[in-house]
Design a protein around this ligand. Structure first.
Ligand SMILES: Nc1ncnc2c1ncn2[C@@H]1O[C@H](COP(=O)(O)OP(=O)(O)O)[C@@H](O)[C@H]1O
Ligand SMILES: [Mg+2]
Length: 245
């Protein structure tokens, strides 16, 4: 589905992503894990066209999308649910869902909204309410539902569980599993490394803008270096580097 090769992204003189290559097979969930500031969000933003790339190539189903605008990429099927949810707080829940469907045929939108309200009942109950009045977990559901309204081929999820209560975190991961069972292709960025690996087929570890480790998710979850770096992820060992082991 997705093949990224030699991706480079800079902010001024800061090289945030360097020569990064990764693949996401159709129907798979792939995790991109790594410490804060490693370049995960930058990578997703480069894939969705929110930031320009300085080198490398992004192929979607064999088509070069590297130079497409972010709007064209949504139309091509690359849809990002950004970090921090970013729902439009002053618009209603329904309007937020409609926004996600801006590239869809108008006549399909009501049925898609009905499907989302079925999948996420709270979004139906709060249809006319302001998105900003939802709880953090509900806003994340809305952000994901808005992304799904575009019928993505590839869904890019950036820290969907960040800052949410454990019960809501579980709902997010259950949703990822449910989407996967329906054949949705997902590239997942998560600080909850082990929960993320548990729902993924394959994973990449990024540090300082480069991939330092990759493999089947189950294998990485059992890797002593990954365990060393992330097992006590609530504690100070979370930032221990994987490189130089
Ligand atoms: N808009 C920006 N301008 C300048 N530097 C940035 C910007 N966004 C991110 N960076 C830098 O790029 C690096 C990667 O950041 P980011 O992709 O957000 O990491 P992650 O999502 O893995 O925490 C960091 O060093 C960060 O400070
Ligand atoms: Mg980030």
């Amino acid at each position: 589905m997705l093949e990224v090769s030699g991706l480079c992204v800079s902010y001024g003189s800061v090289e945030a992503v360097r020569d990064l290559s990764l693949k996401v097979a159709a129907g798979s969930v792939v995790s991109l894990i790594g410490p804060n500031g490693a370049g995960k969000t930058t990578t997703l933003n480069a894939l969705s066209g929110v930031v320009p790339v300085h080198g490398g190539r992004i192929m979607l189903e064999g088509r070069d999308i590297t130079r497409l605008s972010s709007h064209q990429r949504v139309a091509a099927g690359v849809v990002q649910v950004p970090e921090g949810r970013l729902v439009l707080a002053g618009m209603s829940v329904r309007e937020n869902l409609e926004l996600g469907a801006y590239c869809r045929p108008r006549q399909d939108i009501p049925a898609d909204i009905a499907r989302m309200e079925e999948r996420f009942p709270v979004l139906g109950q709060r249809r006319e309410g302001l998105a900003g009045s939802l709880s953090g977990g509900e806003q994340q559901m809305l952000a994901m539902a808005r992304g799904l309204m575009a019928h993505p081929k590839l869904l890019l999820l950036d820290e969907p569980s960040l800052g949410l209560a454990p019960l809501v975190v579980k709902m997010i991961f259950d949703l990822v599993l449910e989407l996967k069972s329906q054949g949705q292709t997902i590239l997942l960025v998560e600080q909850n490394v082990f929960q993320s690996l548990a729902v993924s087929d394959y994973a990449y570890v990024i540090e300082n803008g480069s991939i330092v480790l990759e493999g089947p998710a189950a294998k990485l979850a059992a890797d002593p270096a990954v365990a060393r770096a992330y097992l006590g992820q609530a504690g100070p060992s979370a930032s221990a580097p994987i490189t130089g082991r």
